[in-house]
Structure formats: C-alpha cells, structure tokens
Ligand binder design. Structure first.
Ligand SMILES: NC(=O)C1=CN([C@@H]2O[C@H](COP(=O)(O)OP(=O)(O)OC[C@H]3O[C@@H](n4cnc5c(N)ncnc54)[C@H](O)[C@@H]3O)[C@@H](O)[C@H]2O)C=CC1
Ligand SMILES: O=C(O)C(=O)Cc1ccc(O)cc1
Length: 307
C-alpha cells in the first residue's frame, strides 16, 4: 500500500452491479490502482474487459488476489465463505479484505475463519444499489452522497478500517462505523423486510391479475410501480439476504404482522380514529426526515419534479 488509502492493486471478486460501480468510481476519482477482476463465467469476464472497468481478469478468485492490497468480495453473501476458503492462503500479508454484502454477521462468521492473521478483515456495506445486476448495470455515481457502513468484527477496526473508509469517501460515499449485529437489525427494518413486503405485494397482485386479465398491472399507481421495481431485484442476492439475516428479519416481520393485524381489525370494526392516528404518525415521520434534510430515495410525488 502506498500512503493513506493508496491501494496499488485492488481485486474485485464477483463482477456485478456493485463491483463494476466501484471500479468505475475508482477510475472517476483518478485512483491509479490496477483493478483485477474475477468472475466465474467467461461471458462476464469478457463483458468486464469490453466495458473496460478492469485492467485484467482471472479465471479463479485465488489468482485475482495475488499481490492485491485490497480484496473486495462482491458476490451474493451466501457465496462469500467458499470464496474466502479459496483465496485465504493466497492473500498478501498486510492486505485488507473487505466485502460489500447486505448482511454482516453471517459474512463475518463465514469468512473470518479462513483468513490468515496477517490480513486485515474490514467488512463494509454501501447503502446504494438498484434493482439491476451484472457487469453492465454499474455506474460511477452510484455511491455519491450515500452511506457506506464500515462494520469491523471487533472494535473500530484500526488503521485498516480508517483507510477503507477513506477509500469509500473517494468513491463518493459518506462513511460511518457500525457494530455487526446492530447493522443487521437496522437493515432488516430499512431494507430487508421492505423488500420481502414488495415481493409479496407483487406476488399477490400477479395472482389477482390472472383473475382480472392484467388490469392490476395496466392501471397500477405509483406506489405499486415502486413495489414492482424493488421486486425485480436479483433473486439469488435476496434469497441469500433472507437466509443469512434470518433472525433479525423474522423479528421485524413478526412486529410487522402484529401491526398489520391491528390495522386490519380497525378496518373491519370501522375504527377510523385508529387508522387516522396511525397514518398521522407515519406522515410525521416522513416529514421529519425531509425537514432534517436527509436524502430520501423513493420518488416524492408530492414535490415538483418527482425526486
Ligand atoms: N444490488 C444492490 O442494490 C446491492 C447489493 N449489495 C451486495 O453486494 C453484493 C453484490 O451484489 P450485486 O453487485 O448487486 O450483484 P450482481 O448479481 O450484480 O453481481 C454479483 C456477481 O457475483 C457473481 N458470483 C456469484 N457467486 C460467485 C462466486 N462463487 N464466485 C465469483 N462470482 C460469483 C455472480 O455471477 C454475479 O456476477 C451482494 O452481496 C449484495 O448483497 C450491497 C448494496 C446494494
Ligand atoms: O434499489 C433499492 O431500492 C435498494 O434498496 C438498493 C439496495 C439493495 C440492497 C442493499 O443492501 C442496499 C441497497
């Protein structure tokens, strides 16, 4: 490594949306690092070279990490343990290994045991993405103004974590440090449960549209269109998120169903006050976020110009 956050060679394992966006953002920032990529399929390796966001590609993950100062696991979370087992013995002493997975405790447990003492393990999670996947889906500005959470297994992660945070800031992100279990609970509320709800709602509408001959989709209003966007997200990635963040997701979904039943009951019994109070509370939350000046991703149809 040369100087603060000056990784000279960066290896990206899994060349999809996130890895290709990172590579593009590195180039945009003028980082001179050599970018080596590994993808399992020849077609993905060829696409990465053709698009030009990597300097070279390798047929195995172990070859990609040779001599790399920073190694980024950017596969679905369920694949990370096996990749770590393969690359562990080939990692350069003093290198930093990170990941971009949406779940952190399961990744720490699956990856950590395969790493030599001489390697710094600094898990991370950029809170930015889209419903698209693959090497062609990435773009350099994906992380601009978005959080990247640095999630060291113990404590603050020391200098390696500070260097990784500085690297993410050069990619355009804001950074913060978070404890792994807290991360998984927060993300279960803000991302994982909402995705499951979107998947379910679109599934229900799809069942219904068979009955009504497509009109659910034809006349879908904005809210439902947002659900269809989210429910178009990568099936492998999201299967792995739910299987690996099982406890936190089930905890949040349990609370969600309780509240849903309470609202369902209010509708059945005609309890308009309960419904009105509930919706007033949730409206105040949204307004509070906007007044605090925080970026909200979902299009705001109440404001001119949408987003
Ligand atoms: N898509 C999103 O919006 C976000 C995703 N993430 C996380 O980033 C990671 C990557 O996600 P994306 O880039 O969106 O996925 P993607 O599907 O675009 O790319 C992942 C790539 O990894 C490859 N892969 C799977 N198993 C592999 C293995 N064993 N060895 C090598 N490559 C393998 C896949 O073929 C695919 O090309 C996931 O862990 C996800 O949880 C984090 C933030 C946002
Ligand atoms: O596209 C969307 O709305 C997202 O929610 C993107 C996203 C997906 C998974 C993550 O771990 C972080 C961000």
């Amino acid at each position: 490594m040369s100087g603060a956050h000056g990784y000279e060679r960066v290896a990206l394992i899994g060349l999809g949306l996130i890895a290709s966006s990172m590579a593009r953002a590195m180039r945009r920032a003028g980082m001179g690092a050599e970018i080596v990529g590994h993808a399992r399929s020849e077609a993905t390796r060829e696409a990465a070279m053709r698009i030009g966001f990597v300097d070279r590609v390798t047929g195995t993950a172990a070859d990609a990490v040779e001599g790399a100062d920073l190694v980024v696991l950017a596969t679905p979370v369920g694949a990370m343990g096996a990749v770590a087992a393969e690359i562990g013995p080939r990692l350069k002493p003093g290198a930093t290994l990170t990941d971009v997975g949406s779940v952190k405790r399961a990744v720490i447990d699956a990856v950590g045991p395969h790493l030599p003492e001489s390697v710094h393990f600094v898990p991370a999670h950029p809170l930015a993405g889209t419903e698209h996947s693959g090497p062609g889906a990435g773009f350099a500005s994906l992380f601009d103004g978005r959080w990247c959470l640095i999630v060291p297994p113990d404590g603050d992660g020391g200098q390696a974590a500070a260097d990784l945070a500085a690297f993410w800031r050069r990619l355009g992100a804001k950074t913060d440090v978070m404890d792994p279990d807290h991360h998984d609970l927060v993300l279960a509320v803000t991302s994982h449960a909402p995705h499951l709800i979107a998947y379910t709602m679109v599934g229900v509408a799809d069942d219904l549209s068979r009955v009504t001959d497509g009109e659910v989709i034809e006349y879908s209003a904005a809210g439902f269109r947002d659900f269809t966007r989210i429910a178009a997200s990568d099936p492998t990635m999201w299967r792995d998120v739910f299987l690996t963040n099982r406890d936190a997701t089930l905890e949040i979904l349990g609370r969600f169903t309780e509240e849903l039943f309470a609202l369902q009951r209010a509708i059945r019994t005609g309890d308009g006050d309960l419904l009105h109070d509930y919706f007033s509370r949730t409206r105040a939350i949204r307004r509070g976020i906007l007044e605090a000046g925080q970026d909200i991703d979902a299009p705001d149809f109440g404001r001119a110009g949408g987003r």
